[in-house]
Design a binder for this molecule. Sequence first.
Ligand code: C2E
Ligand code: MG
Ligand code: MG
Length: 714
Amino acid sequence: MTPAAARKTVLVIDDDAIVRLMSSAVLDEAGYRVLEVADAEAGLERFALDGADLVLLDLLLPGMNGFDACARLRAHARGANVPIIVMTGLDDGSSIARAYDVGATDFLTKPIVWDLLPYRVRYALRASDAFQETLRSRTLLSRSQALVNMGSWEWRPREGAMVLSEQMDRIAGLDASPTLPATRQSLLQGVDEADRARLLQALDEALTLGRPYSLEFGLTWPDGTRRRVLEQTEVERLGDDTVAAVHGIRRDITEQTEANERIRTLALLDPLTGLANRLLFGQLLQQRLALASRQATRCAVLLVDLDRFKMINESFGTRTGDEVLKIVGQRLREGAQALGGGLDAPAEERIARLAADEFAVLIDDVQALHEILDLARALLQALEKPFVVVGRELALGASIGIGMTPIEGDDADALLRNASTALHAAKQDPAGERIRFYEDAMGSAVNRQVTIETELRRALQQGELRVFYQGQVDLRDGRAVGAEALVRWMHPVRGLTGPVEFIGVAEQSGLILPLTRWVIAEVCRQLAAWRDEGRPAIAVSINLDVKSLQSAELIPHVAAELARHALAPTAIEFEVTESSLLRDLEHAITTLHALKQIGVRLSIDDFGTGYSSLTYLKRFPVDALKIDRSFVKDLPQDASDAALTTAIIAMGQSLGLELVAEGVETVDQAGFLAQRHCFLIQGFLFARPQPAAAFADWLAAGPCTPPRLARPGR
Ligand code: C2E
Ligand code: MG
Ligand code: MG
C-alpha cells in the first residue's frame, strides 16, 4: 500500500451510486484516495476545499451538467492542469468533442470496464506529471535566465522551426510575446544597424556550414537604452553531418562591460589627464613591438618632458600645475590625432603620462623619419603656446627624446630607456635643440639631419645662402646662352657647402619652400641689378623640387617677383626633374601650364633618369630637356651610354625640344654631342658654378673659344 501522504486523490462526481461505489473500490484497491460526490455543485465545492489530482466526471448530472462543471473546474485556480476524465453513456462524437472543448483530458464510455479504470487513471496522472514537470522546468529556466540576464533559442533548419525563450524578448527590451511565431527576424530585434550584417552572416554560417560563433554586438531597446550583448552558439549535427539544430545563448553583458571599463579606467588610465598610465602604455608598446617585428615595420616612442613645470608647481601651487598637465594632455592628444598616419590605437592608449610631467607618444608603422620629426615638432609647437590657467598666462616649453626600433629583443623597456637617454640629451643640448633621437648608428644620422635643419632655418633668416651661376654655352659659336642658378650655403663654421648636403633635409622638413622663394627672389634681384648696370640680358634657370612645384604659393610668388623687378618672364626658366613630374602627374601638368601662362621657360632636368615615356613627355608643356650628367660622364667610350644619349637626343629633337647636355667636362664628350646636333652644353669644360660677380666677369669676357672638336659636328 502506498502511504497516505503520497497517495494521489481522485475526485469522482457521478449521480450513479453504483459507479461511485465501484470506482471507489477499484481505485482504492489500486492505491488512490477517493473522494466521491453525487452532483456538480458538491464536486466543485469539494475540489475547492481539498483539491484533487484527478477528476472523474460524469457528463449527465442533475442540476449543473458535466460540461459546465468541467469548464468551472478548469477555470479554478488549482484546476488549470488537473486531468479531468469525463464519463459518458452517450458514445457520440459530438459530446466528446464538446467535452474536450471545455477542457476534458480524456473520456470513458459507460458501461465502464472496471478492471481498466486504474490504468486509465494512472496513465492520465503520469502524463499530467510529465506536463507539470516540463512546466516547472520552463519556469525555472525562464527564471534562471532572467536572473543571469540570458536568453536562449533553438533553430532546427530542417523543420524550419525556431524556438525562443521568453527572456530573448526581455533582452531586446520587449514584453514577452510568446504568441508570435519566431523567425530569423526575431533574432535581429533591436540589434544595432552596424552589427546586423555581421550577425546575419554568422547565423547563416552556423545554419548552413555548421560553424558555431561567439559574437558581441550592440542592441538598442525601443526606449532608446543602449545595451551590449554576447551571443554564443552550439551546433548539433545529424548522422550525415548536416545541421540538426543551432542552439544559441544570448547574454546581456552591458553591466559587465561597463564594470570592466571602469576597472580598466581606474587601473590603466591616468585620472588627471585620462591618458594611459605607465602600465597600459607598457602593455600596448610590448604588443606593438611584437607586431612590428613580425611585419618588419618600425615603431617609435616620443618622450615629452615639460620644461619649467617644476617652477610652475612651486610658484603657483599644485592645483595650477594639475590644470596645466590636463591641458598638456589635451594638446598632445590633438597634436597626435592631427597627424594620424599609422596611429590606429585610440589616443588614450597611444599617449601616456608616465610621470609627473613626462608624457609618451607611441608611433606605429613609421614610414619615414620625417614623419616622426613632423610629429615631434607639431607637439613642441603645441606646447609652446601659452597656457591660460586661472586667469594667468603661463609659458612652458618641452623637450622630446625619441627611441626607435629596431632594438635588441624588441624590448619595450629598452626602447623607453633609449627614448629617455635621448630626452636627457635634448634637455642638455647646448645649441638648444629640443628634439633628439637616441644615438646609435642610425640615430646619429638622424640627429645630424635635425642639426642641419635647425641651422638651415637660421641660415635662411640670417642670409647665409648664396646663388652661384653656371653658364651654358652654344658649341657653335662659344657664346653663353644662359645660366643655371645653383644654391650654396656659406656656413659660418663649415664654410661653403653644396646643395647635396642640405637640399634633401630642406625637402623633408618643409624648409624647401622658403628656400625656393628665396632663390627665385634672389635671381630676379640679381638679373635686375645686372640689367641696371647695363649688362646684356641672360636667361637664368632655377631648380624646382616637388614640394615647391605643388605649392599654391609658387605661381603668385613668381609673378610678383618678376613684376617687382620689371623683368620679362623669359628672363627666367624653371627646371623640374623628371621624377618629381611623375610623382603627381596631373597636378604637375596643371602647374606647368600655369607657369607657361606667365611666360617663363620650362625644362626637364636630369632627363633620362626618370623613365618617363614619350606619351607623358608630349603632355608636358616644356621647352627643353637637360640630359643627365650620368649619361654624359662616360661618353663617348661607354657604348650603352652612347646609345642612350643618341636616343634621348633623337627623342627630344622629334618633339621639337631644345637639348642641353649637363656635366660636359671633356672635348670628346662635346664632340660626341655636337655630332648628334646637341650643341647646348653646361659643364666644367666651359664654366663652373661661380658667385654672381665672377659669373658676370666670365660673361663679359666674351665668347668661349669653341674647343677643337675631334670631328666637328657641323
Ligand atoms: P642639377 O640641377 O642637375 O645641377 C647640376 C649639378 O651638376 C650642379 O651640382 C653642378 O655643379 C653640377 N655640374 C655641372 N657641370 C658639371 C660638370 O661638368 N661635372 C660635374 N661633376 N658636375 C657638374 P650642384 O650645384 O652640386 O647641385 C646639385 C643639385 O642640387 C642640382 O642638380 C639640383 O638638383 C640641386 N639644386 C641646386 N640648387 C638648387 C636650388 O636652388 N633648388 C633646388 N630645389 N635644388 C637645387
Ligand atoms: Mg638643375
Ligand atoms: Mg641636372
